[in-house]
Design a protein around this ligand. Structure first.
Ligand code: C5P
Length: 244
């Protein structure tokens, strides 16, 4: 289970905070333990590309989680802008083949000289969604696993670098996607942690056993009394699970 992105560990810390000061403080309190930090809509809507560039300049490896979803032309042009920021991972919705192809091509076009292109991850079904939530969107009785598999295969066919799904779907996906296709899983909760709005949760260790390449952890780190200690405990759990 080796990953082309894996010089260290497989933990991505979500910086789900409101201000650059809080983001820098959370990064500092994580003590360099996670391999990546993830910026999402909250920070990007408030503080935009400048904050991304600042984090990159300070040495952070950044996943930008904006979950783009629009017509192919618009997503392509937005992706080209993001590719110039030094971001390594970028999310779009697995919502149409043409849109996904446009994002992949734009990531390559907008690449920074001397660096690999930004990787495009397609979000399949949000980890906050249950079977009932998905059914309400008009999927006509298809299960979450069916929809995730269909969207993941579309992501493979359109040249995306990986997908985002819950760890519950990862074992099934491993059997049908190429071995270097990244499977990134949010909805991770250490034993006893509050799931909050997440429906399809799994522990860090079980996510590794299932075959996740990278896990995304937000509130269990952000809200910990000692985020670095919480991150280290998660990394140790992941390493123990992988060597078991
Ligand atoms: O706090 P928590 O660990 O639930 O945070 C999960 C993070 O992963 C959030 O930033 C959320 O936006 C993101 N995410 C998710 N489900 C997806 C894709 C991204 O929870 N399918």
């Amino acid at each position: 289970m080796s990953s082309p992105l894996d010089p260290g560990n497989r933990l991505i810390a979500a910086l789900d905070v409101a201000t650059p000061a809080e983001a820098h403080s959370l990064v500092a309190s994580l003590g360099g333990v996670p391999s990546f930090v993830k910026l999402g809509l909250e920070l990007f809507c408030g503080h935009g590309p400048a904050l991304v560039q600042e984090l990159v300049a300070r040495g952070a490896r950044v996943m930008l989680d904006l979950k783009l979803h629009d017509i192919p032309e618009t997503v392509g042009r937005a992706t080209a802008q993001l590719a110039s920021l030094g971001v390594e991972l970028c999310t779009i919705h697995a919502a149409s083949a043409a849109m996904m192809r446009a994002a992949v091509q734009a990531a390559s076009r907008g690449r920074i000289a001397g660096r690999p292109p930004m990787r495009i991850l397609a979000v399949t079904v949000l980890t906050s969604m249950s079977e009932t939530d998905l059914g309400e969107t008009g999927t006509h009785g298809a299960s979450i696993a069916d929809v995730v598999r269909t969207r993941a295969l579309l992501a493979v066919a359109t040249g995306c670098d990986g997908i985002v799904a819950s760890a519950h779907e990862v074992a099934m996906l491993r059997a049908v996607v190429p071995s270097d296709f990244l499977l990134v899983t949010p909805g991770i909760r250490p034993v006893g942690a509050d799931p909050g709005d997440q429906q399809r949760v799994m522990t860090p260790g079980n996510a590794m056993i299932a075959g996740s390449d990278l896990i995304v952890v937000g509130r269990p780190l952000r809200d910990a009394t000692d985020p670095a200690a919480a991150a280290r405990a998660i990394v140790l759990e992941m390493q123990a699970a992988r060597s078991a």
